[in-house]
Design a binder for this molecule. Structure first.
Ligand SMILES: C[S@@+](CC[C@H](N)C(=O)[O-])C[C@H]1O[C@@H](n2cnc3c(N)ncnc32)[C@H](O)[C@@H]1O
Length: 285
């Protein structure tokens, strides 16, 4: 098995076990915290009434439902994800909506109607393919000629203080995780804009635009310092680092009280976040 195949399989397994279960548990907080990114990403995608959209790696369905509101009853959104637990949560939340179909499958390989979609959208769901060129080429074939791709992904780890501060605190108490190779799938696999451009070019997309968006994320959800500290160990890389060391959580939370106090503003704890807003089109042949 090639490295790419192994990476891909490991991701599918991860999102169907610890990774997926943690996202389901933390879904309400994650969705609330990510609202500014969701709104910006959907605006950037220019979603219109009546469009047919595929939400790639839709997870627990927040963006799928927001897209369904935009396309209206005459439009349609397919929420596609490989994680059974996350898609089950999405189905529960989106039940009764006639303009959504939930599809469990690997976005890199699942059969999709050819040349049928107007828009491929994703909020942080496209950085986990072992062979991204193949995966994006497969997804592109589901777009009509002239159809759009629009997704949001994380920039460099160091620019994302909302993840870096909690992980640095965790590393005072637990061993460091192995460093990922630059090509390895993961949350920061698309941090390099040149790599994104090369992947999109290699998979047959045209006119790629990759623009930075900087913002502050309130990791406390308006709930003050204690809540920020508790939530910070449940999501993002810090939660991954603590996966095998749950007994270390109270110590990490205590360390975070000191590390996060300087960021406290009223009941919010805003920390820097940095993403790419990426768009491209499927060439009209
Ligand atoms: C970081 S989560 C983001 C979830 C969701 N888009 C959100 O913003 O809440 C990444 C998502 O990508 C999904 N994913 C990873 N690899 C995938 C694949 N090969 N095919 C479909 N979905 C995949 C995961 O199951 C997970 O739901």
């Amino acid at each position: 098995m090639s490295d790419a195949e192994r990476f891909h399989r490991e991701q599918i397994e991860y999102w169907n076990s610890a990774g997926g279960e943690r996202w389901v548990t933390q879904q309400a907080h994650t969705d609330a915290m990510l609202v500014p990114i969701t709104e910006r990403a959907i605006a950037h995608a220019g979603v219109a009434k009546g469009e047919r959209v595929i939400d790639i790696g839709c997870g627990c369905g927040a963006t799928t439902m927001a897209l369904a509101d935009r396309v209206g009853r005459e439009g349609h959104v397919t929420g596609l994800d490989v994680s059974a637990p996350m898609l089950a949560a999405a189905r529960r939340r989106g039940s009764g909506r006639s303009n959504i179909t939930w599809l469990e499958g690997d976005a890199a390989a699942v059969p999709l109607p050819e040349a049928a979609a107007d828009l491929l959208f994703s909020r942080f769901g496209v950085m986990f393919f072992g062979d991204p060129v193949r995966a994006f080429a497969h997804l592109r074939r589901s777009l009509r000629p002239g159809g759009r791709l629009a997704f949001v992904c994380w920039r460099d780890f160091d620019e994302n203080k909302w993840m870096k501060v909690p992980l640095t605190a965790a590393y005072q108490h637990v061993p460091k995780m192995p460093k990922l190779a630059p090509e390895e799938p993961g949350p920061f696999a698309f941090a390099d804009a040149a790599r994104i451009a090369a992947i999109l070019d290699g998979s047959g997309f045209a006119t790629a635009r990759i623009v930075p968006f900087d913002l502050q994320l309130d990791i406390a959800d308006g709930g003050g310092l204690d809540r920020a500290c508790r939530l910070a160990v449940e999501i993002g890389p810090a939660s991954r680092a603590l996966r095998d060391y749950p007994e270390a959580k109270p110590a990490v939370v205590a360390t975070l009280q000191d590390k996060l106090r300087p960021y406290l503003r009223g009941d919010t704890v805003p920390l820097a976040a940095a993403v790419w807003l990426v768009s491209a089109t499927a060439p009209a042949d």
